[in-house]
Write a protein that binds this ligand. Structure first.
Ligand SMILES: *Cc1c(COP(=O)(O)O)cnc(C)c1O
Length: 623
């Protein structure tokens, strides 16, 4: 008997779910936005509600604002716990870097949910700064400005700085001259920071973000020169922050320890000549996407608590040694805040590569190879399957040759093909039973794997899976008390062969175990941990637009849909790429329609399509 525990092990939910996701008694995926057993949301109940109310077509991006809030509290709590345990004499401030997710709803949830904790924002461009200023953050929250700054960006930051605790971090040495000039021009007294370029680097996919060759940060010589320039201009009292960032998704805790050591030492030295209050450790806190707890790109070998302990401990020790005051620690842990709060739910609308179902009828004048193939199929067992499989390979070659020479027709060729796939399937199942994992049979299994077609766009919704081959856990949202007997991969609906989910978290990294498709029931899959970087990095391949969003909150022992955000209609996509759908409508319709009535209908048809969701609307009839 297959149990939900078997599904749990198979899909590794506990490993990557971090307490927010689990399989419930009904065999459905459940979300626990506050990690409380009593506050679970059965995802399939929400799916049914969405259908009943007709509020959104699939694919639907689910957001859980309370997960964002819980992340803020958990990260803040971890730092406070480390500080208490180590008796650290300084404070902590969490800051959300907007480049991780600029969606208004998301940043608003963070701003609101983080008000009590004075969670701030980090921005990297003037557009992000404008967005941050529009949100009405708490009075104590910091806005940290990084990135390349032109005079518009600098002036905005200077003008609104006093009222908003804006910290201008000098990322590139030359910026300091513009900054001094602009601040004199505006007569403002900015809060300044310096970003240091460490010798130490991160680990994992983004390790180039740190180290001596990194794009941002000042070398030690530039830091000394900046301090001198600020002093000469009577602004050294404005230097309040030291910042570093060694890259995202740091997979190995040792890299963090090494970088912290170096950065803390720089802080201590600078603290002797300037009254620096904030020590900003940047981002990098990783998310365990595959649940393996290893220093591999989709995972990490440390916990949140270990991270905060290391940061706090190193800083405390260095400050003690150097006899300087302990600063307020700032961290910009974007991925760790945002990743968990959203997932994409989509329907399977068909399958490819399905070589079953069609019957092969024997006939008198079948070529001998077809008869032999049939014999192989009938007589195959656990002892001889390899041999019969090899025979079948050979018969198929012969049939191809015969076809190319014009000796057999399409009918025979197709019959041979079908029989061959049946032999392969049977051989693969014997190989399974035999625990035969030789290369030959592994690649046979791969050849036989199914492709389910998911109604979504990988490029729009999971861009890092395409761009940097990152793993995001994917699994069925229901039927988890049934054994999934189909091995498959998931193709999206773009016309691009890269649009396919081919690596998975859990036991079978190259395949996803899937359930058979049923005639009378939709099959739903989810791709998880999409909240960091995926929302705005996605593109509009094939003009597939943003997905519909449904936001869900738990309250009073139940849950409710708190918000629906409509995804893009075709018209929005066209206009985004500078088409005017009305422009040639009349001409186009006139060209293909005879009379007035027909023209009206055609115009109506186009207008309707323009207003529709860009994704596939109905289920395919299945193969
Ligand atoms: C990208 C970035 C971050 C966020 O990094 P995560 O790994 O997502 O936490 C933080 N700070 C700066 C300066 C960044 O550029």
């Amino acid at each position: 008997m297959w149990t939900i525990e078997d599904s749990e092990n198979l899909y590794g939910v506990e490993g990557w779910g971090n307490g927010y996701f689990a399989i419930n008694e009904q065999g459905n995926l459940a979300v626990y936005p506050r990690k409380e057993a009593s506050g679970g949301v059965d995802v399939m109940e929400v799916v049914r509600r969405i259908d009943e109310l007709g509020v959104a077509e699939f694919p639907v991006l689910f957001r859980f604002p309370q997960i964002l809030e819980d992340r803020l509290e958990e990260i803040n709590g971890a730092f406070l716990a480390s500080m208490e345990e180590l008796e650290y004499r300084g404070g902590y401030r969490l800051v959300f870097p907007m480049k991780v997710n600029q969606r208004k709803e998301v940043v608003e949830y963070i701003a609101t949910g983080g008000k009590r904790l004075n969670v701030g924002l980090e921005v990297g461009t003037k557009a992000e700064l404008l967005a941050a200023l529009s949100l009405g953050l708490g009075p104590e929250a910091l806005i940290i400005c990084n990135g390349y700054k032109d005079s518009d960006y600098l002036k905005l930051a200077l003008k609104f700085g006093d009222a908003h605790n804006i910290v201008i971090v000098i990322d590139i040495f030359e910026e300091i001259f513009d900054l001094i000039r602009c601040s004199k021009e505006l007569g403002s007294k900015p809060i300044l920071g310096l970003r240091t370029k460490l010798f130490s680097r991160g680990s994992g996919r983004w390790e180039e973000s740190g180290g001596e060759l990194s794009k941002f940060g000042l070398s030690t010589a530039e830091i000394l020169e900046s301090i001198r320039i600020l002093s000469d201009n009577g602004m050294i009292d404005r230097l309040k922050m030291l910042h570093f960032h060694i890259g995202s998704q740091i997979t190995d805790i040792r890299k963090i320890k090494i970088a912290m050591n170096e950065a803390a030492r720089i802080y201590a030295k600078v603290r002797k000549v300037a009254d620096v209050e904030y020590f900003n450790v940047g981002g990098g806190l990783s998310v365990d996407y595959d649940g393996s707890k290893t220093p591999t790109p989709a995972s990490a070998n440390y916990t949140l608590q270990e991270y905060s302990n290391d940061v706090v401990y190193t800083l405390q020790r260095t400050c003690d040694e150097e006899q300087v005051p302990c600063p307020t620690i700032v961290s910009e842990s974007g991925r760790a805040i945002a990743a968990y709060h959203s997932f994409l739910a989509f329907k399977v609308i068909g399958k490819k590569n399905s070589k079953e179902g069609l019957d092969v009828v024997a006939e008198e004048d079948d070529p001998v190879q077809i008869e032999d193939m049939r014999q192989a199929l009938d007589n195959m067992d656990l002892e001889n399957y390899a041999e019969f499989y090899h025979d079948a390979l050979h018969y198929r070659e012969e049939l191809f040759d015969a076809f190319n020479l014009g000796n057999i027709g399409l009918e025979e060729r197709s019959k041979g093909d079908l029989l061959f796939w049946k032999v392969c399937q049977k051989a693969a199942s014997f190989a399974d039973a035999d625990e035969n994992d030789s290369e030959e049979f592994e690649s046979l299994k791969k050849l036989l794997s199914k492709k389910y077609i998911g109604n979504f766009s990988l490029f729009q919704s999971v861009p890092d899976m395409w761009g940097v081959q990152q793993i995001f856990p994917t699994m069925p949202l229901h039927r988890l008390h049934e054994e999934p007997r189909v091995r498959g991969t998931i193709a999206d609906i773009t016309c691009d062969s890269d649009g396919e989910i081919r690596s998975f978290a859990g036991e079978n990294a190259d395949f996803l175990p899937l359930h058979d498709l049923l005639e009378d029931e939709d099959y739903y899959l989810g791709t998880f941990l999409l909240g960091a970087y995926q929302d705005t990095l996605g593109d509009f391949h094939n003009l597939l637009g943003c997905a519909n969003e449904v936001h869900v909150v738990v309250e009073d022992g139940g849950w409710r849909i708190s918000r629906v955000v409509r995804g893009d209609a075709c018209e929005k996509l066209l206009r985004f790429f500078n088409y005017d759908p009305e422009e040639r409508l009349g001409e186009m319709v006139a060209r293909c329609c005879g009379d007035e009535g027909e023209r009206e209908k055609a115009t109506e048809m186009i207008r309707k399509a323009l207003g529709e969701y860009t994704y596939f609307k109905k289920r395919y009839l299945r193969a």
